[in-house]
Design a binder for this molecule. Structure first.
Ligand code: NCD
Length: 351
């Protein structure tokens, strides 16, 4: 059974994933069969960061299920600019809606929101931390086209430091025995604590600084843009740009994914290569979000208690929600990798 909130895809059991995948496939084949499934339900979209695909695909998903949508896509049009806390916004909007989708620059912000909400919270991206519905979208695309998620060789290229889609997808694939090639400029390499985490979950990891070093071995190539808004500096290294000539050495069955928006990390002619599946990847995002909302709204929601402790050690991640949200006490989990912040997952002793 799915957790009551959807904050991190990697906590799903294999059974949860298979059930969601089967439902999303059914919806994808015949969306009209579900057009009344959530009639009378309201989705609240709280988007504190820009978004095209994620917000519109959530909205489309709810409308296709017969429900309705309220919310904001620009925090400057909400009371956030008056200094309202996340807690107050979530408490109020969750009292108007049946389910919430939240995007925030604060890492762990969705976890915090789930403590204040009276309805299920879906993490639509929290800073550089996770983006679990993008991961569902990615897994849906890979599973449908490659027939499996197990034992794949996956290249991740671009901004591996701040790219939450990479962090989220790699976490989910690591436990499925995949091999990863991380391809980036040195300044945008994957954070050390994530490398350690993926290895202990079961992944084999290689790092390189150009696509040519690994493209012939890949089943999946996951391209990403530079997250300038989070301080990442674009690299002009030609080896990191996907072009038609680099693809000459790639497998015929390669799948090229991108969470989009793409900027200039993929040459325009690659769009016409049948291996480039990013547009249909994005289309599948509506079906998986429909499946997810159907399942989350199937059962009663249990409200949580906000942890209250003066004992827990404070998270030192300057982008963690606990550094911004007033009245939020630090909280830690003891994971397989030592003590981590319960909100943003960063190891307490990492830095
Ligand atoms: C991604 C995001 O917001 O993290 N986009 C998306 O949701 N499809 C990737 C990005 O912005 O680069």
């Amino acid at each position: 059974m799915l957790p009551t909130d959807f904050l991190d895809e990697s906590v799903l059991t294999e059974g949860d994933w298979e059930d969601l995948y089967a439902l999303a496939r059914e919806i994808h084949r015949e969306p009209t069969a579900f057009s009344d499934a959530l009639r009378g339900k309201i989705l609240g979209t709280l988007f504190y960061e820009p978004s095209t695909r994620t917000r519109l695909s959530f909205e489309t998903a709810m409308l296709r299920l017969g429900g309705q949508v309220v919310g904001f896509s620009d925090p400057s049009s909400s009371s956030v600019t008056k200094g309202e806390t996340l807690k107050d916004t979530v408490k109020i909007v969750s009292s108007y809606c049946d389910i919430l989708a939240l995007r925030t620059p604060l890492e762990g912000g969705a976890h915090a929101a789930s403590l204040f909400s009276s309805v299920p919270v879906i993490n639509a991206g929290d800073g550089s931390h996770l983006h679990p519905t993008q991961t569902l979208t990615d897994l849906f695309c890979i599973r449908h086209r490659a027939g499996t998620l197990t034992g794949l060789t996956v290249g991740f290229c671009g901004d591996l430091y701040n790219g939450r889609t990479v962090h989220s997808l790699a976490k989910s694939l690591a436990r499925r025995g995949c091999t990863f090639y991380f391809v980036s400029a040195p300044s945008l390499a994957l954070p050390e604590h994530l490398k350690r985490q993926f290895i202990s979950l079961g992944a084999k990891i290689y790092e390189c600084d150009s696509l040519d070093a690994c493209i012939d071995r890949l089943d999946v190539l996951y391209m990403t843009r530079t997250q300038r808004e989070r301080g990442s500096q674009a690299s002009d290294a030609l080896g990191l740009r996907l072009t038609a000539d680099k693809l000459l050495r790639a497998r015929r069955e390669l799948l090229i994914l991108h969470p989009l928006p793409k900027v200039d990390e993929i040459a325009p002619e690659v769009d016409d290569d049948p291996r480039a599946v990013y547009f249909s990847q994005a289309k599948g995002g509506v079906s998986v979000r429909m499946a997810l909302m159907l399942r989350l709204l199937e059962r009663p929601y249990t409200e949580k208690r906000v942890p209250f402790s003066h004992e827990a050690r404070r998270c030192t991640n300057p982008r963690c929600v606990t550094a911004f949200e007033k009245g939020l006490f630090p909280d830690t989990d003891l994971g397989d990798f030592g003590e981590c912040c319960a909100y943003c997952s960063q190891p307490i002793d990492a830095r």
